[in-house]
Design a protein around this ligand. Structure first.
Ligand code: B1M
Length: 488
């Protein structure tokens, strides 16, 4: 009956009648009920539905998405062997040979991690492992899975867009009657995504010259108050919570659907209940200091040189500390981030421009805490703390950016609302390496050399160029009024 209960919850979720927060709450109740009844149950009723090896791929510190999958699968009767984050293919092979899982689940956040999945799949194949792979994560797509990961593994690879779809696929694979059907459906869908059996349409790429966008050169460059390194060791987390984007926290992570402002103002019972749980968790975080907010930032003199951004120690320096090369749009506007920075002058006597770099983190100890809570069956709390930490990192970036604008002498108008700030309606732009306008994650190394966040705030770079802890954000801040987001 308990298994049926969870199946029912799964169906409600799939039919959009239950949201992530409710699934986690139900899982808490279910875990408590199982613990209570287990001594009275026979082996058949406690038997596992299957064994799943779960991991975030090498170089990747992404934990929260994997954990949601872990909780949901575990509470649906699967035995989960969670190998954690940054798991090398050798470890996966060793553990797969030891545990002989029915399914191997891989998670990853960045595009780089999707490529790591291809390498991992190839290594698993070479080691003779044949268990189906279940893959998921923010930057992964069904097409990438079909065209890159599945051919590398040559065994079934199934892509899940979210944790509940992951459960649904696992259930179908473990059901002897459903298994051939789901595998055949997956094969067909992936063949079609690879374009097999379809006449290829050759895209013609326009090769016309790309005009440069009209960005006005500024007469008055705002001057920062200093060019020294600033370190914040214990920033006020209550203040950061006010900058957490509710759409991300309640909508994206906890799954509330619809217009949040309206749900809350009209006292929607489900929305209010979840808000109350989250606020209680926020109060506990503040009281027990679970989240520690740290930042390191510095203004630098800067000049643009074509598509390169030159960074200097001081306005009078002639030798650049480092340079960043950014891509230029091939489309109509032909934008490049360097268009928003004053160019290298003929004479170095003229004033340079300035930029700011920063790294913030709210993640120290969060992964361990979330894992302990998960083990205790406090699923919603475990997930909400992790979601609050990552959204606090983003909120802290927003808050620090506002502070930087004020230090720079370009504060926001007093009447600017929080919503306008989330919509980036202030002067200037904040971009992070990995974003579409500056996609090269290798640039993280140069940023880390300039700010040394490992020394000052204990944020390190993995070999996959992700920051550890997970709840960390790095950014480049530009002040030009015309600076805005674009894709290359
Ligand atoms: Co950022 N981030 N981020 N980020 N972030 C992305 C992924 C990005 C696409 C944004 C963008 O550019 N538009 C981009 C990656 C692009 C690329 O790869 N080049 C990006 C970047 C660049 C970065 C940084 C590098 C930026 C920087 O600071 N320089 C940085 C890296 C962090 C680090 O190094 N530690 C960073 C930071 C962050 C935050 C910390 C602020 C925050 C949290 C990240 C996190 O989830 N751990 C964040 C967020 C929130 C995002 C977006 C907006 C949303 C990600 C998300 O939904 N997370 C994302 C853009 C987007 O997707 N729209 C973006 C919540 C989590 C529960 O979802 O892990 O996807 P996810 O899990 C889902 C499903 O994917 C699935 O189930 C879960 C839900 O049910 N799933 C599986 C996952 N694993 C599965 C396994 C399965 C089955 C299903 O079976 C085994």
């Amino acid at each position: 009956p308990l298994m049926k209960g969870m199946d029912h919850i799964g169906r409600l979720f799939a039919a959009n009648e239950m949201i992530v927060a409710e699934v986690l709450q139900s899982a808490e109740v279910m875990k408590a009920a199982v613990a209570h009844l287990e001594p009275h149950m026979d082996n058949a009723s406690t038997a596992s539905r299957g064994k799943i090896l779960l991991a975030t791929v090498k170089g990747d510190v992404h934990d929260i998405g994997k954990n949601l999958v872990h909780i949901i699968l575990k509470n649906n009767g699967y035995e989960i062997i969670d190998l954690g984050i940054k798991v090398a293919p050798e470890t996966l092979i060793e553990q797969a040979l030891k545990h002989r899982p029915d399914l191997i689940g891989l998670s990853g956040l960045l595009v780089k991690s999707a490529h790591q999945m291809v390498a991992t799949a190839e290594d698993l194949k070479n080691a003779g492992i044949t268990a189906p792979l279940l893959v998921g994560g923010a930057a992964l797509s069904g097409k990438f899975t079909a065209t890159r990961i599945a051919p590398a593994y040559q065994q079934p690879v199934l892509w899940a867009k979210d944790a509940m779809q992951g459960l649904d696929l696992a259930n179908q694979l473990q059901d002897p009657q459903q298994r051939p059907k789901v595998l055949a459906k997956n094969r067909e869908a992936q063949a079609s995504l690879r374009g097999e059996g379809v006449t290829a349409i050759v895209a013609t790429v326009a090769t016309t010259a790309t005009p440069k966008a009209k960005i006005t050169a500024l007469d008055d460059i705002p001057t920062p108050p200093d060019l020294r390194l600033h370190v914040e060791q214990d920033f006020n987390v209550a203040e950061i919570f006010r900058y957490v984007n509710p759409i991300m926290l309640y909508g994206k992570h906890l799954g509330l659907k619809g217009n949040l402002e309206r749900l809350f103002s009209e006292n929607d019972p489900k929305a209010l209940e979840i808000k109350k749980r989250v606020e209680d968790i926020q109060n506990e975080i503040l009281a027990k200091k679970y989240i520690q907010a740290k930042a390191v930032y510095r203004f630098f003199a800067a000049r643009s040189d074509g598509d390169s951004l030159m960074i200097y120690d001081s306005p009078s320096s002639r030798n650049a500390l480092t340079r960043f090369d950014f891509p230029r749009q091939k489309s109509a506007e032909g934008l490049c981030l360097t268009d928003f920075v004053r160019p290298v002058p003929d004479s170095f006597a003229s004033t340079p421009d300035y930029i700011c770099f920063f790294v913030v983190t709210c993640g120290a100890g969060i992964m361990e805490l979330a894992s302990q809570l998960r083990e205790k069956g406090e699923y919603l709390k475990s997930f909400a703390i992790q979601a609050l930490a990552i959204e606090s990192a983003e909120g802290f970036a927003e808050l620090l950016h506002e502070k930087i604008r004020a230090m720079w002498g370009i504060p926001d108008p007093k009447e600017m609302t929080a919503r306008e700030k989330f919509q980036a309606k202030y002067r200037g732009l904040r971009v992070s390496f990995g974003y579409p306008a500056c996609p090269n994650l290798e640039d993280q190394k140069k940023l880390f050399a300039l700010l040394d966040p490992a020394k000052h705030i204990r944020v390190t770079l993995t070999e996959g160029l992700m920051m550890e802890p997970e709840a960390s954000v790095s950014a480049l801040v530009l002040h030009h009024p015309q600076a805005r987001y674009f894709s290359v």
